[in-house]
Ligand binder design. Structure first.
Ligand SMILES: *Cc1c(COP(=O)(O)O)cnc(C)c1O
Length: 399
């Protein structure tokens, strides 16, 4: 089976893990936790990084430090992994969904602007959703699939209304927006190092911000809100969200390989793009002119009428050939906890048509040729009139 995305652990992972065991630093304090935070902050040029047990915990904590309160509302793209919206619910607030743009599939800045200008009103200097009366507190642009959101216009309009911008960069470490690293664009950002992300600590997350009091508060809340550690004094309800030294050891080893993973993923993407550019009914994901995309999961749209089968049929066919693929998330507004009968047509179309293809950094050329041939082969089975055949030469591109 060619998997969708598996970790690539061929650096210093063993060495650093052994160091944890040899030195007895295996829990949520230790030199690798500090080092991982420093390396991430340094890489992004940010003042602070706070390691967490998961990306979801990072989002939850970021919402808490950005002072999002029960019954507030937070703008979230309709198409994202469910954790983005769940974190909003963890603080007692509600997500307001915004559709994504049809070209790059990211939160649509124009729709954010339209919502804030037309559906909201300012009351005593606070912005409220006209429909629900809820105060809008923050916006969470999500950099999906390794591609940055067009975030400048979102930051500009959000700040003009006093809203905080919380980047969900869980899928996109290493990506750039106008030559700047994602995760250091808004007021605070969250990363994930879960097993299927471009680099992994097994499980883990990171909060990144230049705001010193937010960083300090994030550290306090993620470590059980200890006001006095020896006397066990707690002035607030905290969380056990701290990353362990073992996870951070993996994270440090993986971070050393981030640039190589990004270039391998981009090489994989170039071969897919080249192989599919002539294929009727297949529309691959694209990189915006202002973006450096890491192609975390290389994703295609399947137009059923042109291609002769829909994305789910193609998925089955690939599975029968030993190739794993996966649709994008069901848009959040169609999941029971978030279903208010609203429609977001672009997100819904993407969910219907999208299929992510094997994208592990270690995917071999032979494996990728097998995937490409399988997609081309699916088309030929449908229609003999399409004489064109994919040839391995199509993928013989310069890396
Ligand atoms: C993976 C992911 C998360 C959650 O990260 P975990 O480490 O799995 O908790 C949040 N948001 C997005 C967009 C993700 O892809």
């Amino acid at each position: 089976m060619i998997p969708l995305s598996v970790p690539c652990l061929d650096g210093n992972e063993w060495r650093y893990l052994k160091e944890c065991l040899d030195t007895n630093w295996v829990s949520s304090v230790g030199p690798f936790v500090d080092k991982f935070e420093q390396l991430i902050a340094q890489r992004l040029g940010a003042k602070h990084a706070v390691a967490t047990s998961t990306g979801t915990a990072a989002l939850h904590t970021a919402l808490l430090v950005a002072d999002v309160k029960p019954n507030d509302a937070v703008l979230v793209p309709a198409l994202t992994f469910v954790a983005t919206a769940n974190a909003v619910r963890y603080v007692g607030a509600d997500p307001v969904f915004i559709d994504v743009d049809p070209t790059y599939w990211q939160m649509d800045p124009q729709l954010v602007t339209e919502f804030l200008e037309r559906q909201c009103r300012v009351n005593n200097g606070q912005l409220h959703d006209r429909a629900t009366g809820q105060r809008i507190k923050a916006v969470i642009p999500v950099h999906l699939l390794g591609h940055p959101v067009d975030i400048d216009p979102i930051i500009e309009i959000s700040h003009s209304y006093g809203l905080h911008v919380i980047e969900d960069a869980a899928e996109s470490i290493g990506a750039q927006y106008r030559s700047q690293a994602v995760g250091h664009l808004g007021d605070i950002a969250c990363f994930s190092f879960n097993g299927n992300k471009i680099i992994t600590s097994g499980s883990g997350g990171m909060i990144v911000t230049d705001n010193s009091s937010w960083a300090e508060r994030a550290r306090y809340l993620t470590t059980q809100a200890k006001n006095d550690a020896s006397e066990y004094v707690h002035d607030e309800i905290g969380f056990n969200y701290r990353m362990t030294n073992v996870h951070a050891a993996l994270g440090c080893a993986q971070l050393e390989q981030l640039d190589s993973h990004v270039s391998r993923k981009r090489a994989i993407a170039r071969r897919y793009l080249k192989a599919f550019e002539q294929l009727e009914g297949i529309e691959p994901m694209r990189q915006a002119p202002w973006a450096l995309c890491t192609y975390w999961l290389f994703t295609i749209l399947v137009a059923a009428d042109e291609f002769g089968m829909d994305s789910r049929q193609l998925r089955q066919r690939l599975a029968s050939l030993g190739i794993e693929s996966r649709p994008l998330w069901r848009p959040l507004h169609l999941n029971r906890p978030y279903d208010k009968g609203l429609r977001f047509p672009v997100s819904e179309r993407l969910h219907q048509c999208a299929l992510s293809l094997p994208s592990s950094p270690a995917l071999s050329r032979e494996e990728q040729a097998h995937v490409i041939e399988a997609v081309w082969g699916a088309l030929q089975r449908q229609s003999n009139s399409r004489a064109q055949r994919w040839h391995p030469a199509h993928s013989r591109l310069q890396d």
